[in-house]
Ligand binder design. Structure first.
Ligand SMILES: Cc1cc2nc3c(=O)[nH]c(=O)nc-3n(C[C@H](O)[C@H](O)[C@H](O)COP(=O)(O)OP(=O)(O)OC[C@H]3O[C@@H](n4cnc5c(N)ncnc54)[C@H](O)[C@@H]3O)c2cc1C
Length: 212
């Protein structure tokens, strides 16, 4: 299944954030007063958030990866289907078409549909992976054999970007209009960020932390 892991960040990211934000206030540059973070967010003063790096590993399928890499302010390293053999695929539970929003889906509570969709994905992917393996055996290049694979085929990316980019990524991807699997990835990233930038998370309404 899909997974998110933190690959890197810096020590005390909010300390650096405040230090950057107080560039013109050198006397108080090391101040631990975190109230400034909410002020920055409320006033859309985003540039200090651009100074704080985070890198994540995201394991998902090609269809979901495609959505994530649209965030042009993030930087990516992507598992190469030209260089390496693709192993495996992701099977997701069926979700039903939202009759109101074309790009939203709803929980499926029909066991027959759930079972049918699970089986259909396994059947199609088993055939696709079998033909893919045959193509490789025939000496067909990996970058051509991959035309046989499905959008559910396994992939992995490293995604790096500033806290600013992650905040806005989460704004649109931890949102009911985003695809369900992308929402889950976004929530995984948000959970990790909450530990690293608790005052930012609180100011954005992600969580509440005790007053210091
Ligand atoms: C629900 C949904 C449906 C979509 N449907 C389609 C589709 O049908 N076809 C299609 O081609 N694309 C679609 N997209 C992709 C979308 O159009 C964007 O390409 C994608 O979300 C990347 O966003 P971005 O360009 O803002 O890049 P990002 O990298 O997220 O942002 C670019 C820069 O803008 C900043 N930024 C972003 N938001 C703010 C903000 N609110 N305030 C201040 N700074 C901000 C970021 O920090 C970053 O520096 C969809 C996206 C979503 C979430």
């Amino acid at each position: 299944m899909d997974e998110v892991k933190l690959v890197y960040s810096i020590n005390e990211p909010e300390k650096l954030l405040l230090y950057m934000a107080r560039v013109s206030n050198t006397k108080n540059q090391d101040s631990g007063n975190t109230k400034l973070i909410k002020y920055l967010i409320d006033n859309k003063h985003w540039s200090p958030f651009d100074m704080i790096p985070f890198g994540f590993e995201i394991v998902t399928c090609r269809a979901i990866q495609e959505q994530i890499i649209r965030h042009w302010s993030l930087r990516f390293q992507i598992f190469s289907q030209r260089y390496a053999k693709v192993e495996g695929y992701h099977v997701y539970p069926a979700r039903m078409q939202d009759p109101v929003s074309r790009q939203s889906s709803l929980t499926c509570d029909n066991p027959e549909i759930l079972e049918w969709f699970d089986q259909a994905q396994r059947e199609v992917n088993t055939l696709a992976q079998k033909k893919y393996a045959e193509a490789l055996k025939l000496g067909i290049a990996k970058d051509h054999a991959r035309f046989l694979l499905t959008m559910g085929s396994h992939s992995k990316i490293y995604a790096a970007g500033s806290l600013r980019s992650w905040i806005h990524f989460l704004d649109v991807r931890d949102h009911e209009h985003a695809q369900w699997q992308t929402q889950e990835i976004a929530r995984g990233i948000k959970t990790i960020l909450m530990d690293f930038v608790p005052h930012t998370a609180q100011a954005l309404g992600w969580m509440s932390v005790n007053d210091e």
